[in-house]
Design a binder for this molecule. Structure first.
Ligand SMILES: Cc1cc2nc3c(=O)[nH]c(=O)nc-3n(C[C@H](O)[C@H](O)[C@H](O)COP(=O)(O)O)c2cc1C
Length: 127
């Protein structure tokens, strides 16, 4: 299992929610929710859901959107910041972003921990 799916599973277990692949989270489905947490990996300095977010922004902009990027690099690394900066600024200013430790196969797997989600859970609980 990839790190993004692992974090999504832990989050889903901690918070009453539906867990969907972006492929089934079409505009009709998104319309059912007040809060949407998007979790995706960074590959070649690109967030895998950047296109999905832009395509669905007309619906997402009316919701509380939390984006969790998952990557081998830490949040302040140029690869991570570059990936996030590819999201248009008007979207970035409307969403809450968290960055979590990912893994490449077994490399870094021990750093993918349930506890990494604490800032996300604290944020959700504070709203
Ligand atoms: C082909 C490939 C490209 C990657 N590119 C980046 C990158 O540009 N920056 C980075 O921080 N991590 C990069 N990574 C590491 C991934 O972000 C990491 O494996 C993350 O856990 C991916 O999410 P996933 O486990 O859900 O697939 C890359 C991994 C792969 C396999």
């Amino acid at each position: 299992m990839g790190a993004s799916k692992q974090y999504a599973t832990w989050l889903h277990e901690a918070v009453p929610s539906d867990m969907l692949s972006y492929r089934s989270a079409n505009s009709q489905r998104l319309g059912q929710y007040d809060t949407v947490v998007l979790i995706c990996g960074i590959y070649a300095t690109r967030l895998s859901l950047v296109g999905y977010i832009q395509k669905n922004w007309e619906i997402l902009k009316r919701k509380r959107v939390i984006l969790i990027s998952v990557a081998g690099s830490p949040e302040d690394n140029i690869f991570s910041t570059k990936a996030y900066s590819r999201i248009p600024e008007d979207i970035r200013t409307s969403i809450r972003h968290f960055h979590l430790q990912g893994k490449v196969g077994p490399i870094g797997a021990s750093k993918v921990k349930n506890q990494n989600l604490k800032p996300v859970l604290d944020y959700l609980a504070s709203q």
